[in-house]
Design a protein around this ligand. Structure first.
Ligand code: CAA
Length: 256
């Protein structure tokens, strides 16, 4: 499948989804969100063992398309919000690790797509924030829930209430980015990280991600119960057998 404003490229088992609408700094409209949803589904169906999300040119994603949004009535805005949520949810539920390679502006809905990924690596000139307040709206694709989990309640409130745009270093200090690298090294660093993730046992990885996600679905108690079951269910799988045998035999594991 191919799309006008989204590219899906493969390097081995690593898929890279690039939002490619540079004239609008990769702002997301209906067409682009729909294409993202299809590309994520394709990557999952094709068995990607890691998925990288990034933007073409000098921006990651400058947010939802304000020119499209400005005249929406509440009913249309509800549908629009759901479309963005569906894409963020698909990233969150993706059956392998996802990495946001934040290569520039990541505002509003762009920040929210990065938040829905498992890991975030930024180029040093990246800027990120939930700037919606200055447009008279609030974050619409998940930041009120996902941002505080990542940066803590106080910082999330400051960012959302003030519409703060954080530079990469400040965002990393706040816990938004796991790593900040030189702009021209971003692709290489993320590629290496994705390769390392893709080499891990796929079923155990998928289960680890599901268990981590489950922790956010309900109470800590239900998360811990889920973890106990998921942990036990991995014993006896080929990956568990091979991983532990390799340790005992002092060799590198050879996973399927
Ligand atoms: N929507 C639509 N178009 C956008 C856009 C957006 N979010 N961001 C940038 N663009 C367009 C600009 O209108 C401009 O188009 P034209 O050339 O046709 O005029 C082009 O991209 C280049 O942008 P600028 O000229 O503004 O570039 P700049 O370098 O001077 O500024 C910027 C870059 C600081 C990112 C600025 O464009 C900006 O502030 N953009 C808006 C960021 C924002 O507020 N995003 C949040 C949107 S709300 C949201 O996302 C809601 C939600 O939760 C779902």
């Amino acid at each position: 499948m191919s799309w006008d404003t989204v590219d899906l490229e493969w390097d081995g088992a690593v898929a890279t989804l690039t939002v490619d609408r540079p004239d609008a700094l990769n702002a997301l409209n209906v067409e682009t969100l729909t294409a993202m949803g299809e590309a994520i589904e394709d990557a999952a169906d094709e068995g990607a063992r890691a998925l990288v999300l990034t933007g073409a040119g000098d921006a990651f994603i400058a947010g939802a398309d304000i020119k499209y949004m400005r005249d929406l009535d509440p009913e249309a805005a509800q549908e629009w919000g759901e479309l963005g949520h569906d894409v963020a949810d698909a990233l969150e539920a993706f059956p392998a690790p996802t990495i946001a390679a934040v290569n520039g502006y990541a505002f509003g809905g762009g920040c929210e797509m990065a938040l829905a990924c498992d890991l975030r690596v930024a180029g040093e000139s990246a800027l990120i924030g939930n700037t919606e307040i200055d447009l008279g709206i609030i974050p619409g694709w998940g930041a009120t829930q996902r941002l505080p989990r990542l940066v803590g309640d106080e910082t999330a409130r400051r960012m959302i209430f003030l519409g703060e745009r954080l530079d990469a270093e400040s965002a990393a200090e706040a816990g938004l980015f796991g790593e900040v690298v030189a702009d021209d090294e971003l692709e290489t660093v993320v590629g290496e990280l994705a390769d390392r993730l893709a080499a891990k046992p796929a079923f155990a990885m998928r289960t680890a991600k599901a268990a981590l996600n489950q922790g956010y679905e309900g109470s800590q108690e239900s998360g811990l119960t889920y973890e106990k079951r998921a942990f036990a269910s991995l014993f006896g799988t080929p990956d568990q057998r091979e991983g532990m045998a390799a340790f005992v035999e002092d060799r590198q594991p050879d996973f399927d």
